[in-house]
Ligand binder design. Structure first.
Ligand SMILES: [Zn+2]
Length: 54
């Protein structure tokens, strides 16, 4: 299952959720700390790691 990373715009809390894509499209993500819905999706850096030749 894909992991979705979020950053809360209210308190700055960073958290991640693991859920199905279908769940992701339906669900409303709230900050686990302050319950704010003002969360921004953060793209995982996991996929950004390309094979750079040193
Ligand atoms: Zn928050």
């Amino acid at each position: 299952m894909p992991t979705y990373d979020y950053s809360c715009k209210e308190c700055g809390k960073k958290f991640s959720k693991v859920m199905l894509v279908s769940e992701y499209e339906k669900s409303r993500v709230a900050c686990p700390k302050c319950q704010s819905r003002k969360v921004a999706r953060v793209l995982s850096t996991f996929y950004a790691k390309t094979s750079k030749k040193s």
